[in-house]
Write a protein that binds this ligand. Structure first.
Ligand SMILES: Nc1ncnc2c1ncn2[C@@H]1O[C@H](COP(=O)(O)OP(=O)(O)O)[C@@H](O)[C@H]1O
Ligand SMILES: [Mg+2]
Length: 350
């Protein structure tokens, strides 16, 4: 069932168009990442949905409640949502328990829940975020990861059906990030909330989301599953930003792709590619899509080799183009060698 519907949403600041006619339909309990480079409008979109930014035009509906429609918006505190920010935004004079009591003592929860129910709810959430032994602590007595867990707990303690998070892990180091990603997934399972999660980190988006909204310059480039964005990008931007794909120049003839300069000698089959790339006469490929030193294939010269531990990165010259290939084999070739490359899992014909 579709829960969040955004239609033709635009936000124009005096100096910039932050959002341009955004359309979205998101189902209950979906985990959605909003991914894109800095300045593409991610925060503006999230803040329009939260009610902190007034849109210029369009509409936002959640659960049949109009958050914004016909230039009228309902206040933030009537939207029953939870929000987590990049900078944890904790209150220095409140301990963990007070942080969690705050949402329960405001708006409708104040009347709805008895003191005992509030205490039970807080105990349950503290267990979920593993902070039961920290409830008396103040923010300056907590580590970065613990602070962020308090911010998460505060956002979910009132059991919102919609949880908005704006780069919540960007202040944490890589190791802590991984732990928190698991934590956030656990919270999603436990709360069944619809989550909108802003990030500029494609790995984080892929690790967390059911579907990803890829944004660029105030518009949605593509809205799809992580798998489809990686394997079936619809634009150069998505191919590069999500898949770190390389665009090989050449020409398409039906489902056959001839890399430039190789003429009719060899071709790769590419049934799965988006029609956009056929028009552009390019083929987005990943570094791990190829084998070096194949028995059969296009002859290339190895121009660089970097041992990365688990894999080795070879840069090869394919006629006028450079191409990067990642291989598990550190001994596949040396700089200066002529080798044959072939696409994995595809019949290279010629
Ligand atoms: N309050 C504001 N006033 C004017 N321009 C703004 C304001 N907030 C954001 N912008 C502009 O809108 C665009 C989108 O910003 P933002 O939504 O913060 O992007 P992101 O979160 O993807 O980095 C940027 O060009 C930014 O400079
Ligand atoms: Mg932002």
């Amino acid at each position: 069932m579709t829960k969040l519907i955004v239609e033709k949403l635009s936000k124009i600041y005096s100096t910039a168009t932050a959002l341009e006619s955004i359309d979205l339909a998101i189902d209950q309990n979906e985990f959605i990442a909003i991914l894109g480079p800095s300045g593409c409008g991610k925060t503006t979109l999230l803040r329009c949905i939260a009610g902190f930014v007034e849109p210029t035009s369009g509409s936002i509906q959640f659960n049949e409640q109009a958050f914004y429609q016909n230039s009228r918006q309902i206040p933030v505190n009537e939207r029953e949502l939870g929000m987590v920010f990049q900078q944890f935004a904790l209150w220095p004079h409140m301990n963990v328990l007070q942080h969690l009591l705050y949402p329960l003592n405001s708006s409708k929860h104040k009347q709805l829940l008895s003191q005992k129910e509030k205490e039970e709810r807080i105990a349950e959430i503290l267990t979920l975020v593993e902070l039961t032994n920290f409830k008396e602590r103040f923010p300056n007595e907590l580590s970065g990861g613990q602070k962020q867990r308090v911010a998460l707990a505060r956002a979910i303690v009132s059991k919102p059906q919609l949880l908005l998070m704006d780069e919540p892990l960007s202040a944490l180091d890589a190791h802590l990030k991984e732990t928190m990603i698991r934590e956030i997934k656990k919270i999603h399972q436990a709360t069944q909330a619809t989550i909108l999660y802003v990030t500029h980190d494609q790995k984080e988006a892929m690790a967390l989301a059911d579907r990803i909204i890829v944004m660029n310059q105030g518009k949605i480039e593509q809205f799809d599953t992580p798998y489809n964005l990686y394997h079936y990008p619809a634009s150069e931007f998505v191919a590069d930003f999500v898949g770190k794909a390389q665009l090989i120049q050449g020409n398409w003839q039906g489902s056959q792709f001839y890399p430039a300069g190789t003429d009719t000698e060899f071709f790769w089959t590419g049934q799965e590619v988006h029609p956009h790339f056929r028009q552009q006469q390019t083929y987005p490929v990943h570094p791990e899509d190829f084998v070096l030193s194949a028995d059969q294939g296009l002859t290339v010269q190895v121009i660089d080799k970097q041992f990365l531990g688990r894999e080795t990165q070879y840069t090869v010259q394919l006629q006028q183009q450079e191409m990067v290939i990642l291989s598990q084999d550190a001994q596949a070739a040396e700089i200066g060698d002529q080798v044959r490359i072939n696409r994995k899992g595809y019949q290279l014909c010629g």
